[in-house]
Design a protein around this ligand. Structure first.
Ligand SMILES: NC(=O)C1=CN([C@@H]2O[C@H](COP(=O)(O)OP(=O)(O)OC[C@H]3O[C@@H](n4cnc5c(N)ncnc54)[C@H](OP(=O)(O)O)[C@@H]3O)[C@@H](O)[C@H]2O)C=CC1
Ligand SMILES: CC(C)(CO)C(=O)C(=O)O
Length: 316
């Protein structure tokens, strides 16, 4: 099995280097020729628990990837991981991923937020196995060839709607990926509850990300101020109710879990705060904007999600 990682950013580098270190056959597909030559030349550096690991792996830029020889391209039994941000999922990128996946590779989608799966499905060849994934791990790329592994967690993936006709064959493909991940020491889990898990992660991001970005505080500081805690709670209640209307099961997405994530990631700046501070586009349109979209579909209001989305867009 070969794994092609499209997007050598924080998450893509962290998983790709850990997998390559564990013996998996990785090819990074980068945006720039420079980053590909760095990783394939002197290697990428993974900083984990104070130790540094330099790992050399195959890497091509997206444009060079389109010109790979037939036997170097992904085929049946291989995986393409899409590890770019929501805003990077342009028609051009999706067309490139579509030609990479034309020989039958399965595609794993690691984006936070919602809205990307139907877009990816519409762009890829009919019959492509497209698997949503949720990662509770943390990573921060410090330079094009250095990534810091900032938080342990689990990579969960599985069918969005279980019970399709070729489910057995697809399950084998996914179980093989779990084995490769485990061999590399990565905690991975197959789930038949991906819709609930995606909505649960969305709920956590919908409360923590915009408020940390607006107030400029770390995740652990957010609930410490009583007024911020009240805002968190109100945004949670509104978002939870909207997601429940869209199918979120009551076992998933509790208030306690949101507080637990603040505590577990207390020293972290959320990805949205980091994006705002660095002047990059945030994922607000696919997080609170995504929840507001679900509310519109259900014919219910989403005033707090609309408000925080407008505020974060104003910070862009
Ligand atoms: N970081 C984390 O800890 C976690 C992230 N996530 C989710 O994972 C997704 C990725 O996040 P993250 O890794 O942090 O984001 P980053 O911004 O660090 O990485 C995105 C990468 O995509 C690359 N890219 C953009 N366009 C293209 C293109 N056309 N071709 C090839 N590469 C491209 C960028 O290239 P370049 O460097 O050249 O700009 C960059 O390396 C997000 O949806 C995020 O919410 C989920 C859980 C944890
Ligand atoms: C869980 C959380 C809030 C951790 O920082 C995150 O996923 C993010 O920052 O996007």
């Amino acid at each position: 099995m070969r794994i092609f990682i499209v997007g050598a950013g924080s998450l893509g580098m962290m998983y790709g280097l850990r997998l390559a270190r564990g013996g998996a056959r990785i090819t990074f597909v980068t945006r720039s020729v420079e980053q590909a030559s760095l990783i394939a030349g002197k290697g990428g550096k993974l900083v984990e628990d104070g130790e540094e690991f330099v790992v050399v792996a195959k890497a091509v830029s997206m444009s060079d990837g389109m010109a790979l020889a037939e036997d170097e391209l992904p085929g049946a039994g291989d995986w393409i991981w899409i590890t770019v941000k929501q805003a990077h999922l342009t028609d051009e990128l999706l067309a490139s991923v579509s030609s990479l996946s034309a020989r039958g590779a399965a595609v794993l989608c690691l984006q936070n937020g919602i809205g990307h799966l139907p877009r990816i499905a519409a762009a890829l060849p009919a019959g492509t196995l497209i698997v949503p994934a949720i990662s509770t791990e943390g990573a921060l790329r410090e330079s094009p060839d250095i990534v810091r592994y900032t938080g342990r967690g689990t990579l969960m993936f599985g069918p969005l709607r279980p019970g399709k006709t070729n489910a057995e064959e697809e399950e084998i493909t996914q179980k093989m990926l779990v084995s490769v991940l485990e061999e590399a020491g990565i905690t991975a889990e197959l789930s038949n509850q991906m819709e609930n898990r995606i909505y649960e992660k969305l709920l956590i991001n919908a409360v923590i990300n915009p408020l940390t970005a607006i107030f400029g505080v770390k995740n652990g500081e957010l609930p410490l101020h009583p007024s911020r805690l009240r805002l968190m709670s109100a945004l949670f209640m509104e978002s939870r109710a909207i997601l429940a209307r869209s199918g979120l099961n009551e076992e998933y997405g509790s208030w306690e879990k949101v507080l637990a994530v603040c505590e577990a990631t207390a020293a972290n700046e959320s990805s949205m705060l980091r994006d705002v501070q660095s002047g990059r586009a945030t994922e607000i349109d696919w997080i609170n904007g995504g929840i507001a979209g679900l509310a519109r579909e259900a014919g219910i209001p989403s005033p707090l999600n609309d408000a925080v989305a407008a505020m974060v867009r104003a910070l862009h």
